[in-house]
Write a protein that binds this ligand. Sequence first.
Ligand code: FE
Length: 143
Amino acid sequence: MKMTSAHLGSIMDRVKRADNEWKEQLPPDRYQVLRLKGTERAFTGKLLHNDEKGVYVCAGCGVELFRSDDKYDSGSGWPSFFSPISEDRVEERKDDSHGTERTEIVCARCGGHLGHVFDDGPKPTGRRYCVNSLSLDFDKMSK
Ligand code: FE
């Protein structure tokens, strides 16, 4: 295939890996959440009370997902944001598991499970992106 400018791609080009590759790349607890849609126990996540300025990136593929400015304390026991960095970073999927109707959120780039989004968030969006700490890494803003 001839390389043209159309093949340069963008930051949001999909990252696809086979299951065994994810298993090799990720520590077991992150693999459980990101690839098997697990949930860390409430109030146990490392980033729950992190209030430093910076950016939260996907622990699977590294793409920037959330800003510290959009993080708030929802009381749920999981890091909560009222908005992603941009709409194209987070994909929503209907989730009927556990006998309830919820909206799952995944990284739009690698498909990694992040958590769920609810409509009981604060202004201005009214949304609560409820995210596992294990699905995220934190990049502290350099001064
Ligand atoms: Fe990702």
